[in-house]
Design a protein around this ligand. Sequence first.
Ligand code: ADP
Length: 478
Amino acid sequence: MPSTILNVDDHEINRYVRTQVLQQAGYRVIEAATGEDAISKWASEKPSLVLLDVNLPDMNGLQVCRRIKANSSTRTLVIHVSATYIETADQASGLQGGADGYLCEPVDPELLVATVGSFLRLREAEMKLQESQERLTQAQTIAGLTFWEWDIARNRVQQSGDVHSGPSEVSFEEWLSSVHVEDRAAVEQALRGARCGTESVRCEFRAHTPDGSVRWLATKGRVFCDADGRPVRIIGTDMEITERKRIELAVKRSNEDLSMFAFMISHDLQEPLRTITTFTEMLSLKHSAVLNEEAATYLSYVAEGSRRMNLMITELLSFCNIQETELASPEPVSLEGVLSGVLANVSTALEESGGAITHDPLPVVLGDPAQLAEIFQNLVGNALKYRMPEAPPRIHISAVRGRNVWTVSVTDNGIGFDQKHAEEIFNMFKRLHGREIHGSGIGLAVVKKIVERHGGRIWAESHAGEGSRFSFTLPASQ
Ligand code: ADP
């Protein structure tokens, strides 16, 4: 659709000539001869551009322009047209009053069309920009995003968006004061320590908002540097994560409560269990002569039950003792050293079974030596425990280097299991084999917790009757 132009001039011939020129150039032109007429046609037709004679019979062009521009909902361009030369000061006051440009009569037809065309192109670009800004604001609101930019040289932070509704430009220190006092040092360190590159700033923190509430924000920022590689600007987004944090904290608290509960229960159960075990042993030692065969069998059931319960309590306690949080200070640990300790522990069982354990050269990884030993103790112990009755166990421990991790596998030739159980065996108390093979069903849950605490993952591959492979990853030390 062609753009509509309102051509305002009380001088009929001037108006006529301009209309002809613009119509030939493909514009739709409407006309007005007075200021009032111009305002009413502008209100009903909403033209894209008004060519406005500076001197009208009822009011001057400046007043008409002001009334048109006072309505901010439409973006109409106004070009003043003057029959005489306009003083610079008058031109300036017209521009301050909202006019977009000036033309002096007589206007060359070609220049008129070119000027109108160029102003309209400018208007279109401006409107597109406004539209895309509106869309961006909508997207920000929907996503709950704030955009911010820290101009490091000027020490000013500009922000826009939903999460902060405070002033849009503040000093860095003022901005930092809106960060919760407990998170402030970490946020300042993350920002001041940021280096050039993609998304080189990432942190989560609590912020005070102008409505007095405290909200959790996740920040991602990108640093822009000068030619010498010095950061000059950081541009980033804040996303509100208050709800996610609330759930995370609730889950953490309930996990802690559960662990504490499990710890207390298992700890408190140890004492009555010790009483049962002690007196069962005393009964069979001191009174076996007076016990008939049935009583002796019952007593052996009690002893066996107590032994199993003792195992479960011990393993449950060791599970509870492993923290959920990531290791605070992992140290370089030689897996060779860890494994040789474990092999010494299982040497009797290995000898009895007639089996053999081999291994690749093992690496140095980052972790907690005692917990890493527990991983091998459980996996090698299981490989011996779930062996084929008729074949001596063959166990191999391999290590393969990835980019930043080592994958360590413990492979056996034991009884194996159906692959469909490969995930659930890492759950607490999950056992696939019968009571004739003793166990609590906690060992692999302990191993999984340790591996995850070390930033790794664990998985199992097996087929019933064809042995198993348990693999886990650990961060490499360099
Ligand atoms: P458990 O104390 O029962 O050995 P785990 O948590 O260590 O408990 O193992 C869970 C279950 O996974 C075991 O009961 C067993 O059924 C299966 N399992 C673990 N390791 C092996 C293995 N090497 N070969 C076959 N089955 C295994």
